[in-house]
Design a protein around this ligand. Sequence first.
Ligand SMILES: *Cc1c(COP(=O)(O)O)cnc(C)c1O
Length: 458
Amino acid sequence: MDEKSWSARAETVSMFGFTDLPSIESRGTIVLTHGEGPYVIDTQGRRWLDANSGLWNMVAGFDHKGLTEAAKAQYDRFPGYHAFFGRMSDQTVMLSEKLVEVSPFPRGKVFYTNSGSEANDTMVKMLWFLHRAEGNPNRRKILTRWNAYHGVTAVSASMTGKPYNEVFGLPLPGFIHLTCPHFWREGKPGESESEFVARLAAELEEVIAREGADTIAGFFAEPVQGAGGVIPPAQGYFQALVPILRKHGIPVISDEVICGFGRTGSTWGCETYGFTPDAIISSKNLTAGFFPMGAVILGPELSDRLDAAIAPIEEFPHGFTASGHPVGCAIALKAIDVVMNEGLAQNVIDKAPRMEAGLRDIMQRHENIGELRGVGFMWALEAVKDAETRQPFPPHLSVSERIANTCTDLGLICRPLGQSIVLCPPFILTDAQMDEMFQKLDRALEQVFDGLRAEGEA
Ligand SMILES: *Cc1c(COP(=O)(O)O)cnc(C)c1O
C-alpha cells in the first residue's frame, strides 16, 4: 500500500475526534506504525519528535522495554478479569496499595475505570450517592471552571468548560463553571494577581450563596488546566478557594489525569500548588499510556463516608467490565516504578528550568508571542496579534493550527490549543532532543509570523 492509500483509507472508514477537518482535507492524515523513544514514525518512514507525549500520556516514550515486558508477562499469566462480585486480580490489589502509598493520603480506597472521563463520571456518581445516603439528596450540583477539561462522557463533558460542548446541548443542568484562574487573560486592567484571586474567591462565595451550599455536591479542578491550554492557577488560588469549599462542606476533587505522576515536577499537581484534596482522579500517565485505564483515589474521609453510605444497601452498584484489568494494573505498577525510580520524574525536575529558559528565549525572539506559561514539563506559548494589548489574532486565521502544521512539516508534533501552542514532551527527553524541539519550533514560528506579516496580519 502506498501512503496515499493509507491516508485515504484512514479517512474513508474512521472518524477523527477533535480534528480540524480542513487540515485533513489539505494535508491528509498521518498513519503511524511505531515509535522510538520520544519519536513516532509513519507508514512512509517519516519521523516526528512528539512534543505532546501522544496525548500527554506517553511519558516513558513509545518503546519502553520494561513496560512492554510487564504487559507481555501479565498477558501470559492472567490476561483479563473484572472487579465485580468480590473478585479481583492480585495485580489490582497491589496497584491499589501502591496508589494509596504514593497518594497524598494517609489511607484511602481506589476504584478503577477505563479512562479519565469515566473516572470523573464515577466520582460524580459517588458524590451523588454519598450525599443522598447521608440525607442530602439535593446536593447534586457540580462546580468546575471555564476552560477546564474533564472528559467527554455526558457528565464529564458537562464538567468541561469549553464552548464546543454546546453542539451536544451540554452542559447538563446543575454544572456550574467558575472563572478560569488565568491571571494574564482574565485579570482586569490594573488588577493585581492577589486582587484577581480575591475576586475569584468572592465569586465562589457568591455562587455558593446563590445556589445554596446544600445543593452543591463537589468542586472539581485540574491543578494546572491542561487541554484548556496549560493554565497554571494564579498565585494563591487554591489557598483562597479550598478553605471556602471546606467551610461549606463541599468536597474538593483534584483531576490529576495530566498533572499526576510527575508532569508538574511533583508526584501530584496538588502538591506543586500546596493543597490537599478529598480525592484524586488519575488516568493518562497512570499507565504511561500503555493501557487505557483510569482511577478514582479516595482520601480517608470520603472512603469512610462512602463505606458508611454503602453499608445499608450492602452494595455499590457501579463498575466497568474491565475495571481493574490485570494487564492494565500490572502495567500501571511498572509505570509508577519507571517514572518514580528510573529517573523520569527526576528528569522533569532537572530539565524544567532548561525547558523554561529555552522557551523564554523563543518568546523573546518573536514579538507575536504574548505569554509563556507552564510548570515542569507542560508549557504553552500564546500567539497574539499585539503583545502590548494582548489582542488575539482573528480566529479565522487559525494561527495556532498554522504553527502546529508547520512544526509537523519540520518533524515536530505539538498541539494548537486556542491561540496557544502546547509542549508537553515525554519525561525521557534528552538535552539534544529538547534542543531539536526548540530549533524546530523557532523555525516554525518564524515561517508563520513572516507569512502573517506578508499578509498584513501581524
Ligand atoms: C484527558 C483528560 C481527561 C479525560 O480522560 P480520557 O481518558 O480521555 O477520558 C480528564 N481530565 C483531564 C484533566 C484530562 O486531561
